[in-house]
Design a protein around this ligand. Structure first.
Ligand SMILES: [Zn+2]
Length: 370
């Protein structure tokens, strides 16, 4: 039996769905019908998820999906601010529970604590009146050490490795583990790309083996861990400086994002408690009183965390936990599985207005998923 018609049909359905989503968003935006939907649908909070604002001094070389151009971010926030209330995540959650609050609220969140959140983000918040919640990876602050992902990006970005040469190097020391077999398949299919190699490193490796291998390769090719970490991430002093930026009372707040940015679902319950609860204690020690009330799961897709992660987040004192599964938050949302919409240079304003006005909540009422 052939699988070709099935996959062809799936592809066709996917294209049709994307066409409908885009068409609906454009229709709401350009006709002004979003206003009617905004009034009809329950109160909601759209949480935007980004990482870096372009600043060549500090984040050149980071993958483009992690960066957004300053002008585009400002355009999106101005467009949203004309139609909805702009808040931080905790401010947005308060607005949601206020029966006289705005119908639609938008909160910006930025993950991983990159240095550009101090050098490039505050002027945009000031110009647009937006708030932002910055989710911090605590080992960066306590040990000045970034995670394996950035050392891997550095190897590729600096031309020290290609995805093929990296996979071959792994095979030279390990061709028998689950990861080794996957790298073997990738190379024989000629499918070694940045994304596919990173996926194996993320989901099919023993974390200790992966961290040691990437670190050794990074250092042997001239990488300097402390200086890479200092260039791309904020240190504790930088976080304090960011919090004291004159962009409006409470416009920037902090949230937890684990100690080492591991895929939580790959860890035992005990290790997840160390990652989530341990990081919460470290943030409280570093920034006493800077309420860290909300938490974001690293990577944030529903296979990246599990029930143990939710239990650990609640035990650590977090009131809510954010994913990167798309959607908007309502009062009925599962507070330890809140959706966010990822933003980058390709994100159109009409799509965010459609989400923030409840345009896709309406779809949900008809059993459709955006
Ligand atoms: Zn992250």
């Amino acid at each position: 039996m052939s699988t070709v018609p099935d996959s062809g049909m799936r592809m066709g359905k996917h294209i049709l769905k994307q066409f409908l989503i885009q068409g609906w968003a454009r229709f709401l935006y350009h006709t002004g019908v979003w206003r009617l939907i905004n009034w009809l649908m329950p109160r909601r909070l759209l949480i935007l998820a980004g990482h870096c604002v372009d600043d060549p001094q500090v984040n050149a070389g980071l993958p483009s999906h992690l960066r957004i151009e300053a002008g585009h971010l400002e355009f999106l926030l101005r467009g949203l601010g004309r139609r909805f209330a702009l808040k931080s995540v905790t401010g947005g959650l308060e607005a949601l529970s206020d029966s006289r609050g705005p119908r639609g609220t938008v909160a910006l969140s930025m993950d991983d604590g990159y240095r550009d959140n101090l050098t490039a983000l505050p002027p945009i918040l000031e110009a647009t009146g937006a708030g932002c919640t910055v989710y911090l990876e605590s080992r960066v602050l306590t040990e000045g050490r970034t995670n394996w992902g950035h050392e891997f990006f550095w190897l590729l970005g600096e031309g020290k490795d290609s995805p093929e040469s990296f996979a071959q190097a792994w095979l030279a020391v390990d061709g028998t583990s689950a990861a080794g077999l996957q790298f073997q398949d990738l190379l024989s299919e000629g499918a070694a790309h940045e994304y596919s190699v990173k996926k194996i490193l993320k989901y099919h490796c023993q974390p200790e083996q992966r961290d040691a291998f990437v670190r050794e390769r990074f250092e042997s090719r001239g990488g300097d861990g402390p200086s890479l970490c200092k260039r791309i991430h904020l240190d504790a002093e930088g976080v304090r400086e960011m919090l004291s930026c004159p962009v409006g009372q409470g416009a920037i707040e902090l949230g937890g994002h684990t100690r080492t940015h591991e895929v939580l679902s790959s860890l035992s319950a005990e290790d997840q408690t160390k990652e989530i609860g341990g990081a919460a204690k470290e943030l409280e020690r570093l920034f006493p009183g800077a309420a860290c009330e909300t938490f974001a799961y690293p990577y944030g897709r529903d296979w990246d965390f599990n029930q143990d992660s939710r239990v650990a987040a609640r035990a650590a004192g977090y009131k809510v936990a954010l994913t990167t599964m798309p959607g908007v938050v309502t009062r009925d949302s599962d507070m330890y599985c809140l959706p966010r919409i990822m933003i980058d240079d390709s994100t159109p304003l009409h799509m965010l207005v459609a989400h923030a006005s409840g345009g896709f909540l309406l779809w949900k009422r008809f059993g459709l998923k955006a």
